[in-house]
Design a protein around this ligand. Structure first.
Ligand code: FE2
Length: 363
């Protein structure tokens, strides 16, 4: 298999000189997501001062990345450069393509003289392949103040094929840890409203060593619930009756920060206060995995967000879910299928939200 070389294009003129960081820039780790039969997204966000707006200069920074077929990164099968622009909180999203289906890969990033931690992902089985077993973890509603994230440490040790995160990746609430019994930690600052607020809150959560270990161990498929924006938000309504036009400004900033901090594809880049979050991922003939959205396209909750005797409770609580369409018995390993003409020979391709691919053959 050959190597991929990626050259920055549109952002090339904005890239600053080789950066020198005052502190380790990969404080938020690396992550992968949305596995496909031929690749996945790999992500990082440079933040030497993670809780203070990242601590990066207002310049685009080049981030090198490489993917290997072994855990020690000795057999590199793809590498390239992406751009981490200030417009996106110095995050970099790389969409890998032309990898092999149904197998493990490892990856890391570099910036300046610093190298990131090493992460692992597993590509999805080949389209239509008979798959007898898939191991994935389900998680959500991780409130930093109300508990430690030790479950993520155990999740990481089990090395699942992927992790489905059902949302409430952060909570927007103000710091209450010191004032309320049972709280084990404290949020950074007041309730979050601005893009900087959301960035700093994601940094707080993503600095957690156990959550970071889970990201390093497996690709995540993420959706959101309400707390990525505001408690109980629905469509253009928040829980406080804010003017919808004002709330959409907050939603816009929350969506941008979410994109910056999640290993998702460019298809999920926000367009103002809108973001296409729903998507389907396929795992051979075993699962069509529909990641749903239950907040963005709906009317407000009844009864001012409160339960009432006058309002009958719904029989079914609608939440984030996935749909398992069909299953089949175990008959063997995945079948490798390549799309004709796209990844032939030693050519590999990749796209990034902040760089474009220039396929090349190398050793
Ligand atoms: Fe929740």
């Amino acid at each position: 298999m050959g190597l991929l070389a990626i050259t920055p294009t549109a952002f090339a003129s904005r890239v600053g000189a080789k950066p020198v960081f005052s502190r380790y820039p990969f404080s938020l780790g690396v992550a992968s997501g949305d596995p496909a039969p031929d690749g996945a997204v790999i992500w990082t966000r440079l933040a030497p001062e993670p809780l203070e707006e990242g601590g990066m200069p207002m310049k685009a920074v080049e981030v090198g990345w490489e993917v290997a077929s072994d855990e020690r990164m000795r057999q590199v099968v793809a590498k390239g450069n992406a751009i981490a622009p200030p417009d996106l909180g110095h995050s970099a999203h790389v969409e890998l393509q032309c990898l092999e289906p149904g197998r493990e890969y490892w990856y890391r990033s570099r910036a300046g003289d610093e190298a990131s931690q090493i992460g692992r992902f597993v590509t999805a089985p080949a389209p239509g392949a008979t798959v007898g077993r898939l191991r994935f973890a389900l998680c959500g509603c991780q409130h930093d103040e109300t508990g430690y994230f030790k479950a993520f440490r155990h999740l990481a040790a089990e090395r699942p094929d992927f992790v489905f995160h059902t949302g409430d990746y952060i909570y927007e609430y103000r710091a209450e840890g010191a004032a309320r019994p049972g709280r084990v930690r404290q949020h950074n600052g007041d309730e979050i409203y601005t893009l900087v607020d959301y960035r700093n809150r994601y940094a707080l959560y993503k600095s957690d060593a156990d959550l970071m270990a889970a990201h390093h161990a497996a690709p995540f498929i993420v959706t959101w619930d309400d707390h990525e924006v505001d408690n109980n938000w629905a469509g253009t309504a928040d829980q406080d009756g804010t003017d919808p036009q004002l709330f959409l400004l907050r939603r816009d900033m929350a969506f941008q920060a979410w994109y910056e901090n999640m290993p998702v594809r460019r298809a999920q880049l926000p367009k103002g206060p809108d973001l296409q979050l729903y998507r389907t991922l396929r795992f051979g003939s075993l699962i069509d995995f529909h990641s749903l959205v239950t907040r963005q396209y709906r009317s407000d909750q009844a009864c001012g967000d409160r339960s009432s005797r006058a309002a009958p409770r719904p029989l079914i609580r609608i939440g984030q879910s996935s749909a398992v369409r069909r299953s089949s018995g175990w008959t063997g390993s995945s079948r490798l299928v390549r799309r004709p003409g796209r990844c032939s020979g030693s050519r590999l391709r990749s796209t990034s939200a902040t760089s474009t691919a220039s396929p090349a053959s190398a050793g």
